[in-house]
Design a protein around this ligand. Structure first.
Ligand SMILES: [Zn+2]
Length: 269
């Protein structure tokens, strides 16, 4: 009897066979934009950080039952990748979107609007929504043009970041990323790494240390204090906070906020 109840309960709360299930915000946003009306479930809760997402049994049922599972792959969310396996309903975007991947293992491809546009196209194909996908791609091309224009003439080009998430953004617009910690935001910097970053900040005249919204700014603040630099938010757009959602923010508003933060911190004009 208990077993029956648990099973019935699990079945009734999975997102269901019509749903698209996405590992984290940028994939969920793309699906929502290209296929309005299709139920989209983001497995990473608002305000949570998607690296090393842990799935509940309900999430695992949603992944199993979904019409389409969108995940980045290559170890960005290992538990989701294990649960999804190689099922027919699973789309591994790093492997199938025709992206030109950097060799450093950085998964944060969506921070480059050009590569994110390829992900959008791939999701559009999978959902039979190519026309809506091309409208979203056009908005991304406009965003890319604004980045090129906004970052064309700057006094500095180094971005010191608390989380090594901006290699694709840096490559797209001629910036140099100086990360304080590693590819996963939870990594703790060693004292020698901190000392190296502090030296670089002094040497290059960096004025702004960037930190992100979903993890503590403590490390960025330490570097800022030791160098006299200021701190500012550079959002890796891995998820929106509840406050951002309440303000109607989305990928585009966060990308444009990042552009303003870069223009200010790098002295662009
Ligand atoms: Zn990240």
């Amino acid at each position: 009897m208990v077993v029956f109840l648990l099973t019935a309960c699990g079945a009734s709360v999975s997102a269901g066979p019509d749903a698209v299930v996405a590992g984290f915000y940028p994939l969920a946003f793309a699906a929502e934009e290209v296929a309005p009306g299709v139920p989209v479930e983001n497995l990473t809760p608002p305000g949570a950080e998607p690296h090393d997402l842990e799935l509940s049994p309900i999430d695992a049922a949603s992944v199993r039952d979904a019409r389409l599972v969108l995940l980045l792959g290559q170890g960005f969310q290992p538990q989701l990748e294990d649960a999804a396996g190689e099922g027919d309903n699973v789309l591994h975007l790093l492997d199938t979107a025709g992206l030109d991947l950097l060799p450093n293992g950085d998964p944060h491809v969506w921070l480059d609007p050009v590569r994110y546009a390829k992900i959008v196209e791939r999701i559009g194909e999978a959902l039979d929504a190519e026309q809506a996908a091309s409208r979203l791609v056009a908005r991304l091309q406009e965003l890319d043009a604004d980045y090129h224009e906004g970052l064309a003439t700057c006094e500095r080009h180094e971005i010191v970041t608390s989380h090594e998430a901006f290699a694709y953004l840096a490559q797209g617009y001629g910036l140099e990323q100086i990360p304080i910690t590693g590819l996963s935001p939870e990594a703790e910097p060693q004292p020698a790494d901190l000392a190296r970053v502090v030296d670089l900040v002094d040497e290059r005249g960096v004025t702004t240390i960037y930190y992100e919204t979903l993890v503590s700014p403590r490390i960025a603040e330490t570097v800022a204090r030791e160098t006299g630099a200021e701190t500012a938010v550079l959002d890796p757009i891995e998820g929106l906070t509840p406050a951002e959602i309440a303000n109607g923010e989305d990928y585009f508003t966060r990308m444009r906020a990042n552009l303003r933060a870069l223009e200010e911190g790098l002295g662009c004009h």
